[in-house]
Design a protein around this ligand. Structure first.
Ligand code: DGL
Length: 280
């Protein structure tokens, strides 16, 4: 199966970004910050979240549908903002599409391999991302002399979605998850799930100042900018377009998404539309 063609896109075309739900907005936030002239079309699969407990086949099928949906906007590139979809589906999506597609895992892996001093890197993520071994694979390709310790932290996503960003409950659960990584003497921790940058201060407090926290959302925006620059596709001429600059779509209730989105992104998300993603 081949997806649509990039030839209709130019530097003024939007960037497509997708995630299993709201978490990918941490990536959108970084793109808005680093590339303020870009248009963004975001899709959050709120009807089918979480991806982190689903199979590779299911996550790949969902991701293929979303890519087909984003292609209808003649996007110039697609960012897979979800770590789980990057782990499970990116390779397949890249094979099928002529649009450049980037995920969040490779940029996060590269940053961690650059930052570590003692060669001990921790990765926290969903069950799916950890069991895929994808961070391990990318990091050891860059640097054979590192050891990677993965830890699935499934309770962090619901805690963040409940707004418990700085709360004793989140603190206690984070301590339980992170103790074994502290005991292993890691000096670098990858926040390998879209939601985790939102509890960065709790994680940083528990890990201590000596441990560098790597945020793949930030690293991905940097890589995206480089990719667009290399292809002469960076929008540095078109002025920002007010409320039409950013479009948000979800597969379930738009109101709930809007409330959460406005707590993450300070740009004021005025509207989000619901689409039937199964038809793509
Ligand atoms: N977006 C997912 C990720 O980054 C977390 C939420 C989910 O499990 O779908 O892996």
């Amino acid at each position: 199966m081949t997806f649509g063609n990039v030839c209709n896109a130019d530097e003024g075309s939007p960037i497509g970004v997708f995630d299993s739900g709201v978490g990918g907005l941490t990536v959108v936030k970084e793109i808005m910050h680093q590339m303020p002239n870009e248009k963004i079309v975001y899709f959050g699969d709120t009807a089918r979240v979480p991806y982190g407990s689903k199979s590779k086949d299911t996550v790949t099928r969902f991701s293929q549908q979303i890519v087909r949906f984003l292609e209808t906007f003649d996007v110039k590139t697609i960012v897979v903002a979800c770590n789980t979809a990057s782990a499970y589906a990116l390779e397949e999506l890249e094979k099928e599409s002529s649009i450049p597609i980037i995920g969040v895992v490779k940029p996060g892996a590269k940053a961690a391999s650059d930052v570590t001093r003692n060669g001990k890197i921790g990765v926290i993520a969903t069950e799916a991302t950890i069991s895929s071994g994808i961070y391990n694979e990318y990091i050891t390709k860059l640097n054979k002399d590192v050891t990677i310790y993965g830890k699935a932290c499934p309770l962090f996503v619901p805690l963040v979605e409940e707004g418990l960003l700085e709360d004793p409950v989140t603190d206690e659960i984070a301590r339980r998850y992170l103790t074994e990584l502290i005991d292993l003497d890691i000096d670098t921790l990858i926040l390998g799930c879209t939601h985790y940058p939102l509890i960065r201060s709790t994680l940083g407090k528990i890990m201590g100042k000596e441990v560098s926290l790597v945020n793949p959302a930030y690293e991905t925006a940097l890589e995206l900018k480089e990719l667009l620059q290399d292809r002469n596709m960076l929008n540095d001429r078109h002025p920002a377009l007010g409320e039409n600059q950013y479009q948000f779509f979800v597969s379930d209730k738009a109101e709930k998404f809007k409330t959460f989105a406005n707590s993450i992104i300070k740009y004021g998300i005025l509207s989000a539309k619901t689409v039937n993603i199964e038809q793509y």
